[in-house]
Write a protein that binds this ligand. Sequence first.
Ligand code: PEP
Length: 261
Amino acid sequence: MRRRALIVGNWKMNGLIETGRGLAREVLAGLTEREERKLLCEVVVCPPFTGLADLNQILGSSSLKLGGQDMSEYPSGAHTGEIAGIMLRNVGCWYVILGHSERRAERGEDDALIGRKTAAAFRDGLVPIVCLGETLSQREQSQTLEVIEAQLLAVLPHLPDSVSKIQQLVVAYEPVWAIGTGKNATPQQVQEVHAFIRKLLAEQLGEGSAAKIRILYGGSVKPDNAADLFGLDDVDGGLIGGASLNATDFLAIVDAYPNDF
Ligand code: PEP
C-alpha cells in the first residue's frame, strides 16, 4: 500500500535569515511547477528556530510546510533556552523532529525523554517525526533490530488515545553511521528495518494504524540514490539533511519518489 510520501528537509544549524529565505523561495517555486508531485508528496522544511517566523510569512498557506527541529516536553515556564510546541505552532509549524541522533549524542536525550516529547508534540498540535537508528558498533554487533525495538517501544505508550491522531505519527529510520557521512545503507538493509518497524507497529497498534503510519528513511539521501530507496515497499519518504540545503538537489529528491501512487 502506498501512503502519501513525506519528504522533510532538516536544515540543522545552517543559514541566517536571508539564506533560509532564498532556499525556501527556490524550493517553493520548484514545487509550484510540480503540480502532480504535490499530490504524491508532502514537502516540509525544518529551518533553525530563528528562521521560522520569517519563513511562515513567506510560505503562508503554500504547499511547502514548516517543521521544528526539536521542542521542549513542557508547555511553558522556567525552562531557559527551550521552545514549546505551542510556540512552534504559533510560527506556522505542522511537524517537529524528535530524537534526532545528533540530539541523542550531543544533548544526552534518551528514549524516555523522547517519549515525553512525543506526547507533548501531540498535546501541542504538532505531528512528531520520531527518529530511530543504530550506531555503527551496534550494527556490527547485530544489535540493530533490538535497538530499534527499544527506541520505538519507548515512544508508543506516549501516543494519544485517538486512532486518527496515532495514524499521523511519523517514524524516521536513520542509521547513525549513514548520517552526514556519505555512507549509504543498502536498499536491503533499509527495507529490513522498515519492515521490522511496520511489524512492530502492527503488533502494538493494530494493522490499520501500522498501514497508515509513514516511515521515512534518512542518512545521506541524495538525488542519485533516492529513487532506489523510495521504491522500497515500506519507505514512505525521506528525512534529508545535507542535500536539503541545496534547492536543486532537494527538488531532485522530491522528483525521485515513484509515480505509482
Ligand atoms: C539528518 O540529519 O537527518 C540526515 C539524514 O542528514 P544527511 O542527509 O546529511 O545524512
